[in-house]
Design a protein around this ligand. Structure first.
Ligand code: THU
Length: 130
């Protein structure tokens, strides 16, 4: 399944709209054994741009999904494209602390594999409002 996620993330990255940063990102997540993907979509009014992870989460929610089991992210360049702070919190909403977060390069080679908990320790989530 991780292989399929990697392929989906690479395909999503091909669709990125990033004329300003030229940093193309794709993300693909697994939820209920289905795959949802997204790409970054930038905007001339820079802060209005959105991240690949946000797009993938929107696609999942639109389909009725609520639980992210694993996510693969691919950026540009040599370094692993770790999710931004805002996206860590977005992932937190729909993920267990041990949810696997995998960063790959543009060839699909795994650069870094970690968990949501490692990326966002001591996080605030839905349980805090219960
Ligand atoms: N970006 C993502 O889509 N996901 C990340 O995890 C990090 C950054 C996008 C936002 C912006 O379009 C570009 O990458 C440069 O920051």
């Amino acid at each position: 399944m991780t292989d399929m996620l990697i392929r989906a993330a690479l395909a999503a990255r091909e669709k990125a709209y990033a004329p300003y940063s030229r940093f193309h990102v794709g993300a693909a997540l697994r939820c209920d054994d289905a795959i949802y993907s997204g790409c970054n979509v930038e905007n001339a009014a820079y802060p209005q741009g959105s991240c690949a992870e946000a797009g993938a989460i929107s696609a999942m929610v639109l389909a009725g999904g609520r639980q992210i089991d694993e996510i693969v992210i691919v950026g540009s360049g040599e370094a692993a494209c770790t999710p931004c702070g805002g996206c860590r919190q977005r992932l937190r909403e729909f993920s267990a602390s041990d949810m696997r977060v995998i960063m790959v390069d543009t060839k699909g080679v795994i650069l870094l594999e970690t968990t949501l908990e490692a990326l966002l320790p001591w996080s605030f989530g839905p349980e805090n409002l219960a």
